[in-house]
Design a protein around this ligand. Structure first.
Ligand code: MLT
Length: 270
């Protein structure tokens, strides 16, 4: 695997880089790493330069020591990605793709540095902040995971991540997702939960994002429901909306054929 490692903003980040062409940055969700994009990487690396980092604390990036208590803001993850683009000397505007928590980070990048991105792709994400109840749940989970390890995250998240049909009839996908969650660092999980709990509501800023956008959501997504994502697409000045059949939240794993076809046509259209 063409994995690169570099030091920025006081952490060691690992990043998969492969292919030539338009730079395409893939930001993974919570609590995953860049390997969740494997099937999209295979689909686009013949025509794009794929840049798929492991966010701080996740995957092959260096483990965090103490941010579990303070949390990592979406803007901090975003700054890591800007530093990564500088490190890789990417000067051409990139296509920016974000899955779920990766979408929360995408908003920060696209709002703070719009000149660096020529198009955005939102997978199964949200634009609003957490409710008070959602925030309390995240903080409780952050405390628990540091004390007990990742098993409670599997229990709480797995039923929400996958469509009912996927859970019932595609055990290999459930096993894959479980494996990634179990392998994630409890400190990184706690840090991300605390950061997501205080993420800003960006709904009233979506009209500022004038670049072409593709908005994809699983038809049975229980975390970022289709109606909410349709509204996001409607609030973006130039967005196409696609509801992916036979998928819950993990569209990229549950229906890679539909996702890859939408993504490659969008990239061709730019
Ligand atoms: C994700 O898939 O990144 C998470 O479900 C996002 C979240 O917990 O809000």
């Amino acid at each position: 695997m063409p994995l690169h490692s570099f030091r920025t903003n006081d952490v060691e980040l690992s990043c998969y880089v492969s292919g030539t062409g338009v730079p395409c940055v893939l930001i993974h969700g919570f609590p995953f790493d860049h390997t969740m994009w494997q099937q999209q990487i295979e689909a686009i690396s013949a025509t794009c330069c794929v840049i798929a980092p492991d966010l701080r604390g996740f995957g092959a990036s260096t483990q965090l020591q103490s941010d579990g208590e303070n949390g990592v803001d979406m803007l901090d993850y975003a700054k890591d990605i800007l530093a990564l683009l500088d490190h890789l000397q990417v000067t051409e505007p990139a296509v920016l793709c974000g899955f779920s928590m990766g979408g929360y980070i995408l908003w920060q990048l696209a709002l703070h540095a719009p000149e660096r991105f020529r198009a955005i792709v939102l997978f199964d994400t949200r634009a609003d902040a957490d409710t008070q109840q959602g925030r309390a749940g995240r903080l409780a989970m952050a405390d628990k995971v540091v004390r007990t390890g990742t098993e409670p995250v599997v229990e709480v998240m797995l039923p929400k991540l996958l469509a009912k049909k996927t859970l019932e009839s595609r055990p290999e996908i459930a096993a894959h997702v479980t494996h990634i969650i179990r392998a994630a660092s409890p400190v990184a999980i706690a840090a991300a939960q605390r950061g997501m709990a205080r993420r800003p509501d960006v709904r009233d800023r979506l009209s500022e994002l004038e670049m072409p956008a593709l908005v994809l959501v699983g038809a049975e997504d229980a975390i970022s429901p289709p109606d909410e994502m349709r509204t996001i697409a409607g609030d973006l000045p130039q967005a196409q909306f696609i509801e992916v059949p036979d998928a819950g939240h993990m569209t990229v794993l549950e229906n890679p054929t539909a996702v890859n076809s939408a993504l490659t046509s969008f990239l061709k259209s730019l």
